[in-house]
Design a protein around this ligand. Sequence first.
Ligand SMILES: [Zn+2]
Length: 592
Amino acid sequence: MTGFLSEELIDRITERCDLVEIISQYLPLKKAGRNYKGLCPFHQERTPSFVVSPEKQIFHCFGCGVGGNVFSFLQKLEKISFPEAVRLAGEKVGISISLSGDEKETVKENLYQINEVVCRFFQEQLKKTPVALSYLERRKFNSETLKTFRIGYAPSSEVFLDFCRQKYLPGEKLREIGLIMPSSRGKGEYAYFRGRIIFPIFTLYGKICGFGGRVLDNSLPKYLNSSQSTIFDKGRHLYALSLSKEFIREEEEAILVEGYTDVLALYQGGIRNVVASLGTSLTTFQTRLLKRCSKEVYLAYDEDSAGVAATLRGIDLLLEADLGIKIISMPAGVDPAEVMIKQGKEAFALLKDQASPYVDYRIDLEISRKPKLGIREKIEVIHSIFPTLQKIPHALEFQDLIKKLAERLNIEEKLLRSEFRKLEKKEWTSDTPLQLISDPNKRVKKKERELLQLMLLGEETIELVRDRWGWDKFESEENRQIAREIIALWERKELSLPRLLNRLKEENLSFLVSSLSLRELFPDTVDKKNLTLEIIQSLKREIIERKRRECRQKIAEYEKQGDHKKVVLYCRQFDRLAREINFIEVGNEQED
Ligand SMILES: [Zn+2]
């Protein structure tokens, strides 16, 4: 899995790394008791919940749940693979490893080059295809715009495949970036984009990572995007950002539209700080891209579009990124491209001037959806606005909006605040006390977690768990994997937290371990041995109780069927289970 990186080498690097020092190279950390704290680099927050333990050499964010050791941190922050993170950490502590990682870059470069060749071909094809040209003319796009955005046309499958053969473009690469597909009717292959206007999609630095294609008529799907590949992930790009970033930076604001043609029309009309998301809802990655070059985002989405709800949820992300958001209201049934082309730049600028702040817009939208505004409807409005308001990073702005919402709903601010507090509590489910968890499976899972936590605290508890319980008895798959790894490392006398994290290759497992080891649930003074025994006992009780419930069900079933023999059999078993429970109650540790 880690290629030729030996575990010893990984351990050696782990030991040399000082996690606090390495993380400090990326963000400021402040000492807080035993640990260090800082603002999490993986989510937006106002108060630090990102904890680094110098003692344990792990980190965990109690806000978003990310956690792990030095490699997990570098992997996540630098967006690199595990071997690459090992290499980078090695570099930082003076252990150099020659990874053939550079090879990966050349592979990517090669794919970009293929896209470049194909893009030029599509551009040539457009010049030869009157029907496509006249479609673009009808939309009033001039040749300058077509050149800037490198608009092309994808011909028929045969023509495209011929071209690829002539240019010796390797089939497996073309398949990898989704330009050709295997035919569903047995043999052969076909071109993915056929008879479509092509919009190349650029990386931030102007390389072509994918394509979007639009049909000329009304056939479906209207738009088609390159599929996910080594070089293309549509959630990580914003269309036209490579062209518009300097204009966005200049104006300190960006205009976000839905489609390719909206971008072309605005850009052509002289509004150049424009980008489009390549799907209906925004991703955190895209908002981060925007945040890098602008302070304010104007949304000009088509209001009738079916995706409005999903879009709104996506926009909440912009709030989280602490970007100012305003909504440009488009006249019904008209998209930004039409406004620009039919009415001109001034008309669009006017709409932009009238844009309303996002939260105001949300409040209006929610209220306008209600035929009347009784108590019930008001509560519904509050509930649907709550997740949005929660994302507002500034207390003053939040206050202001609470006031506004109270006014709009004609209720007292005090009432509104208490309703919000209730909703906040509801969200806080992860730390519900055990006795309040009614689902027995969840209860078991939680107890197993407590056991893991104790195992992470001390060696004697590991021995107890191994001898009196066993890793294979952990019911939740993730808990079981962690318990197994802890016991295995401990038996080899190699247990340390960073090492454990290196062995757990899945992200969710390392997040869980870092969270369990940094969450201070038990005071230092607690008798760990006793507590471990208590939890094991209660797990045993849970399991017997479960068997008893099953027994009771069987008895009822067989009674209905009149199967007397079976009824007696299960009744005996039921009694036996009751005795077992009694054993546990008096603290007898006998196994069955
Ligand atoms: Zn976080």
